[in-house]
Design a protein around this ligand. Structure first.
Ligand code: OAD
Length: 266
């Protein structure tokens, strides 16, 4: 999958010269970390039915089954590591201002890359805006309280599923499911950032899930440019000024490279 060197250089220059950059990421950015995408040949939605596992109705019907699936994914994700794309983005954000990641991913790899890139320093400038929540957080179905959740889940019976420490209600994964709305404040912030951006770099998303798939159009309407990094064409390709047919781990470091931060990568 050879990417035209001239296109890469053009993309790199657009990003370098932009004052404000949004990076919209999807499951494809984590593919080279070993995390399955949703719609690829071995994608999760080829093997599992979303309506049985990723809807509020599914959770109400069989919370044990839903937790079992999420716990399997959590364990799988926990064994993976941020790849060169996550790390290049995180380092770039720490080095210069004006870059924001808007991610659909719930795998926390952007956050882990931020912590890794910051070393002993402050990682907050490299944290993403999580549009679809996090698989390492839970939310009470009764009182809505959110809580970090890193431990393995005991999914042997409904009685053993995790409970809210405030009110005793059942906890659910703090992710956005099909049929649910995105958090309003997060969505407003995402649209604001997309509207202000000089360039939107789309990495590894099929562009099929709304409202996120509308964000590049907001950048374009505001006069900004669109760069897509994806080995396959998507519905967003037609609007892109530049399409880099490449995996994220090789192309993203070219766009977000630049001088390395001091200190070894951990
Ligand atoms: P998809 O699985 O729909 O799309 C993944 C995209 O990544 C595809 O366009 C692939 O071509 C591309 N891709 C594969 N390998 C890549 C690589 N190495 N580098 C770059 N790109 C690569 O995943 P999303 O678009 O993230 O929502 O899916 C959006 C939402 O639909 C998810 O957040 C999830 C899903 O259902 C919910 O669970 C609610």
């Amino acid at each position: 999958m050879a990417v035209d060197e001239g296109e890469l250089r053009r993309a790199e220059r657009i990003v370098r010269e932009a004052e404000r950059v949004v990076v919209l990421t999807g499951a494809g950015i984590s593919a080279e970390s070993g995390i399955p995408t949703f719609r690829g040949p071995e994608g999760l939605w080829r093997q599992y039915r979303p309506e049985e596992l990723a809807t509020p109705e599914a959770f109400a019907r069989d919370p044990r089954l839903v937790w079992e699936w999420y716990d399997w994914r959590r364990q799988r994700i926990a064994a993976c590591h941020p790849n060169a794309a996550h790390l290049a983005l995180a380092r770039s954000m720490l080095r210069r201002g004006g870059i924001h990641i808007l991610t659909q991913n719930v795998d926390a790899l952007h956050s882990r890359a931020a912590v890794q890139a910051a070393g002993e320093g402050d990682a907050s400038a490299a944290m993403p805006l999580k549009l679809h929540g996090s698989i390492f957080r839970a939310r009470c179905v009764e009182c809505d309280k959110r809580t970090p959740l890193y431990d393995d889940i005991d999914t042997q019976s409904v009685e053993r599923l995790p409970r809210c420490q405030e009110c005793g209600g059942l906890l659910r994964p703090d992710v956005v499911w099909f049929g649910e709305s995105l958090d309003r404040a997060i969505l407003e912030r995402a649209f604001q950032l997309a509207g202000e951006a000089d360039v939107c770099v789309i990495i590894g998303t099929s562009g099929l899930v709304q409202p996120t798939a509308s964000l590049p159009g907001v950048t374009q309407s505001g006069g900004g440019r669109i760069i897509e990094i994806n080995p396959e064409p998507t519905p967003l390709t037609a609007m892109a000024d530049l399409s880099l047919r490449s995996g994220a781990a090789s192309a993203a470091p070219r766009l977000f490279g630049g001088p390395k931060l001091s200190g070894p990568l951990r």
